[in-house]
Design a protein around this ligand. Structure first.
Ligand code: S3P
Length: 433
C-alpha cells in the first residue's frame, strides 16, 4: 500500500504556550499489545498509542489468533492466545515498524508453524541480522533476505543462551527475552548500555519472573502470562518535539499531564536542563512499575547554552537526537553528537537527513560517521524539508521551522502518523503566531 505524500506549511511562532496530554507511549503500547495478545485472558489498555506502528503490532497479533477490540480512539481490548499462536495464512505486515518486526520474530521463533514477516520499503532496508544471530544461537530457523526483511521463520523448540548484545538495542533484548519466555532453562541478555526496560517491566506486569543485575536481564522459561488492565503513559519521545519547541522561546510555558517518565527514557529532561531549560516534575505516579508525572517546561530568558551528547547517553537518547540536532543552531554555542552511528539505520539515515535539511535552512553543520557538529548562534531561514518519509525528521524540522525566518514546507508530513498522528494539530494549538 502506498500513501500519498503530503506537504505541511509551518510558519514561525512567537511563543509556545499551553497544556497537553499526549497519546500513549509507542514502546509500551507495542509491548502491552504483544504480551496481551500472547497472554491468557482479556487485557484492557487505555491511552493506547494512536500511531500507525502500534496498529501494525495489533494487526499482526490479530492475524496470529488474538482478538482485538478497539474502544473509541485510544482504548483497546486484547484477548490473548494463551501462549499458542495460530500461523497466519498470509505474511505478517509490519509496515514501518522495526519494533514490531524484531520483537515478534522472537515471540514466533519457538512457536509451531511457518511465519513470514514483511515491511515497507524503509523497514525492508533495516538490519535484521541483529535478531537472527541470537535467535539462531538459540536454535531458531530464520531466513533473511540479504540481511533484511522479508523474514521467514520456521518455528521450533529453542535452547537458552547467554547473549551479549554487540549494539545496544531494546528491540534485540526483547526479541531474545520473548524467545526465552517460551524456552526451558535460563536465557540471559547482557548489555553495555542499559536500554529502555519496558519489556522487563511489562513481562513482570503480565506475571512473569525476570531477574535483573546491573548489566543483564534473564528469564527462566517456560512461563505463562496473564492479562492486565493498564493506562499507558504519555509518550515522552513525542513530547520531545514540544519540549524542544518550548525550549526555543523565552517566556514559553508548556505543561504535560501523565507523561511517561521511565528513567531509561527520560535523559532528554537532563539534557534540556543542561541547556538551561527549567523543568518541573509533579504528581509522580507508578502503574505496573512505569512512572508518570506532570511536567512543566519554561525556556531560559538568556537562551540555550551548549552540550555534547556521546557515549551511553547517545544510545539512551537515540529517538530524541533528530529534534535536539534541529534546535542546535539556536543554542549559544552549539550541540555536538557522537557515538550515534545507529541513527544511520533508523527509519531513514537520520544523520544525513538532519545535516541536509539543516543546510537547506541555511545552517552550518558538520557530519560525521557517528554524529554531527552543529554550531550555535545561527539564524535559519524557512526551506523545503525532505522528511525522507521519516516521522521523526518531519516533526524535528517542524520545530526548527518555528524559529526560522519565513515559512517552511515539510514534504512527507504524513509520516508523523507513524508515531504521532495528532502532532500538527497540537503544534497549531500551542504555537502562538
Ligand atoms: C525501541 C527501541 C529503539 C528505538 C525505537 C523503539 C523499542 O530501537 O530507537 O524507536 O521500543 O524497543 P533499538 O532497539 O534499535 O535501539
Amino acid at each position: 500500500m502506498s500513501i500519498a505524500t503530503q506537504e505541511r506549511l509551518i510558519r514561525p511562532a512567537r511563543n509556545v504556550y499551553g497544556s497537553l496530554r499526549l497519546p500513549g507511549d509507542k514502546s509500551i503500547s507495542h509491548r502491552y499489545a504483544m504480551l496481551g495478545a500472547f497472554a491468557e485472558g482479556t487485557s484492557r489498555f487505555t491511552n493506547f498509542s494512536t500511531g500507525a506502528d502500534c496498529a501494525s503490532t495489533l494487526a499482526c497479533m490479530e492475524a496470529l489468533g488474538a482478538k482485538v477490540h478497539k474502544i473509541g480512539d485510544a482504548a483497546v481490548e486484547v484477548t490473548g492466545v494463551a501462549g499458542r499462536v495460530t500461523p497466519a495464512a498470509h505474511a505478517l505486515e509490519c509496515g514501518n515498524s522495526g519494533s514490531t518486526m524484531r520483537m515478534i520474530s522472537g515471540l514466533l521463533a519457538p512457536q509451531q508453524g511457518r511465519f513470514t514477516l514483511t515491511g515497507d520499503a524503509s523497514l525492508s532496508r533495516r538490519p535484521m541480522e541483529r535478531i537472527r544471530k541470537p535467535l539462531e544461537e538459540m536454535g531458531a530457523r530464520i531466513v533473511l533476505t540479504e540481511g533484511h526483511a522479508p523474514i521467514e521463520i520456521e518455528g521450533t523448540p529453542l535452547h537458552p543462551i547467554d547473549y551479549t548484545a554487540p549494539v545496544p538495542s531494546a528491540q534485540v533484548k526483547t526479541s531474545v527475552l520473548l524467545a526465552g519466555l517460551q524456552t526451558a532453562g535460563t536465557t540471559a541478555v547482557r548489555e553495555s548500555v542499559r536500554t529502555r526496560d519496558h519489556s522487563e517491566l511489562a513481562l513482570r506486569a503480565f506475571g512473569a519472573t525476570i531477574n535483573r543485575t546491573i548489566d543483564s536481564v534473564s528469564i527462566a522459561g517456560p512461563q505463562t502470562l496473564t492479562a492486565i488492565d493498564a493506562t499507558i503513559p504519555g509518550d515522552l519521545s513525542s513530547a520531545a518535539f514540544f519540549l524542544c519547541a518550548a525550549a526555543l522561546f523565552p517566556g514559553s510555558n508548556l505543561v504535560f499531564d501523565a507523561l511517561g517518565l521511565n528513567p531509561t527514557r527520560s535523559s532528554l529532561l537532563d539534557v534540556l536542563t543542561a541547556l538551561g531549560v527549567h523543568i518541573a516534575v509533579l504528581n509522580l505516579e507508578e502503574k505496573h512499575a512505569e512512572l508518570t508525572g506532570t511536567v512543566q517546561v519554561t525556556a531560559p530568558p538568556q537562551g540555550l547554552s551548549s552540550t555534547t551528547i556521546s557515549g551511553p547517553l547517545a544510545a539512551q537518547l537515540i529517538d530524541e537526537l533528530p529534534v535536539l540536532a534541529a534546535i542546535g543552531p539556536y543554542t549559544r554555542s552549539g550541540i555536538r553528537i557522537r557515538d550515534a552511528r545507529e541513527l544511520r539505520v533508523k527509519e531513514s539515515d537520520r544523520i544525513a537527513l538532519v545535516a541536509s535539511n539543516l543546510r537547506a535552512m541555511g545552517a552550518e553543520v558538520q557530519e560525521f560517521e557517528d554524529g554531527l557538529d552543529i554550531p550555535g548562534g545561527q539564524s535559519l531561514h524557512g526551506a523545503a524539508i525532505d522528511s525522507g518519509g521519516d516521522h521523526r525528521i518531519a516533526m524535528a524540522f517542524s520545530v526548527a521551522a518555528l524559529r526560522a525566518q519565513g515559512e517552511t514546507v515539510i514534504h512527507g508530513a504524513e509520516s508523523a502518523a507513524i508515531s504521532f498522528p495528532e502532532f500538527f494539530d497540537l503544534l497549531d494549538l500551542v504555537a502562538e503566531r
